[in-house]
Ligand binder design. Structure first.
Ligand SMILES: Cc1ncc(COP(=O)(O)O)c(C=O)c1O
Length: 408
């Protein structure tokens, strides 16, 4: 074909794929965003009231966290090596110990991001004679971990656990180990997994549970440990995954469980040992944030109250927020206090239009479209923060109601 022609072909293919995305209203623009606080974002010179970040407890701008970060960063910027080689700083080791103690686990292991923790852990623990049953709405990092592992990858629908039961009964004998992997709070609609039902299933079929608490860490449970704590299943989950990037306001991910688990991950999770370790400044900042989460439970109470209030305001305006099927009276399964609120729109182009109209009114509320969510389920997604005020919630709910009405 010749070098020049091959290069042209490559560029043409990229151009065509981008054009297809644009025609399908799935093209994403690169935006520069300056955050001047938990809920205010500045884009192209304009301030927006944001419902678009995962800074649930307002810790990204907390002066105590920032001070620890800047003091440590004044000494050292990057960690300079993977943790395995020479990057495991005292600050990193201290944070791992603190996360394990907080989580009630024997041990915790840090990864460069929550994505790396999820994908790397699953790929490291599930082997060719195993199977992984994965919720179809799980985060991409869990799905990529399942796809990248040598195990058989099977998908289930949490609204049809009867079918999961049938699949388990039919196929369990084919595999050595079987894993059930789930988010505890689903990132695209804020609904909660029924971990007791899944743990019962795991017990029945001798399966191992893997739970990603990314959107629950800091937010749920009496101590803020997440949905495993809220639903009282912590001792039944051998592999718990979390992130430092959301409620803890920093960056990084972790896996918590037995000494053997973290020892194995230390020795074999490729996203951990083939990647440079988290810098000490970030670890010190996350350690401080973790202390604040433990010492200031009022932050998560406020977050829950704000989340419930926003759902009430939307419901009063005739806007239903997304829920899982069924109407369980068990408040531990009820997403009312969940800080992610999905408003189903359906059509991709309409969802984008509505999001843009909200932006014109000074609100940053993203439209989530396929392939991030299934076809025909495009939605608005609001992420609530403990720092949103009543007046801001009212402003947003009124604007959403008006824009939805106009777009009918
Ligand atoms: C459910 C879930 N798990 C994991 C991640 C990845 O976490 P991180 O952003 O720390 O890489 C995300 C991030 O958006 C998420 O929503």
């Amino acid at each position: 074909m010749g070098l020049k022609m091959a290069a042209d072909r490559f560029q043409q293919r990229l151009a065509q794929a981008l054009q297809t995305l644009k025609l399908e209203h799935r093209y994403r623009h690169r935006q520069e965003t300056e955050r001047s606080g938990s809920v205010i974002c500045r884009q192209q010179g304009r301030d927006y009231l944001s419902f678009a970040t995962n800074d649930y407890l307002g810790l990204t701008h907390d002066p105590r966290v920032c001070q620890v970060f800047s003091e440590a960063a004044a000494e050292q910027a990057g960690s300079g090596a993977s943790a395995l080689i020479a990057g495991r700083s005292p600050a990193l080791a201290q944070l791992e110990r603190a996360l394990a103690a907080w989580d009630g686990a024997e041990s915790a292991l840090l990864f460069p991001s929550g994505f790396a923790a999820n994908a790397g852990t699953i790929m490291a623990i599930a082997g060719p004679r195993d199977a992984i049953f994965c919720d179809r709405d799980n985060h991409a990092s869990l799905i990529d971990g399942c796809r990248g592992s040598a195990a058989k990858f099977l998908v289930y629908d949490r609204q049809r656990l009867d079918r999961l039961q049938v699949a388990m009964a039919r196929r369990r004998h084919e595999f050595d180990l079987v894993f059930i992997v789930t988010d505890s709070v689903f990132s695209m609609d804020g609904t909660l997994a029924d971990l007791n039902a899944l743990c019962d299933m795991a017990d029945q079929f001798e399966a191992q549970m893997i739970v990603d608490e990314a959107h629950a860490t800091g937010n749920f449970g009496a101590s803020g440990r997440g949905i495993c704590e809220l639903q009282e299943v912590e001792s039944r989950i051998p592999v718990r995954l979390g992130t430092l990037s959301k409620s803890l306001g920093c960056l990084g991910g972790f896996a918590a469980g037995s000494h053997q688990l973290t020892d194995w991950l230390w020795n074999s999770a490729r996203s951990q040992f083939f990647s440079t370790a988290l810098p000490p400044a970030l670890c010190a900042a996350a350690f401080r944030a973790l202390q604040i989460v433990q010492q200031e439970p009022e932050r998560r109470s406020r977050l829950q109250a704000r989340s419930i209030r926003m759902r009430q305001l939307l419901a009063a305006a005739g806007i239903p927020s997304m829920k899982t099927g069924g109407s369980s009276a068990d408040c531990r399964l009820n997403p009312e206090g969940s800080p992610i609120i999905g408003i189903l729109i359906g059509d991709d182009a309409r969802a984008v239009r509505i999001s843009l109209q909200l932006r014109e009114r000074g609100l940053l509320i993203p439209a989530i479209r396929p392939p991030t969510v299934p076809a025909k389920t495009a939605r608005l997604r609001l992420s609530i923060s403990s720092e949103h005020t009543e007046q801001q919630l009212q402003q947003a709910s009124c604007a959403i109601a008006e824009v939805l009405e106009q777009s009918r």
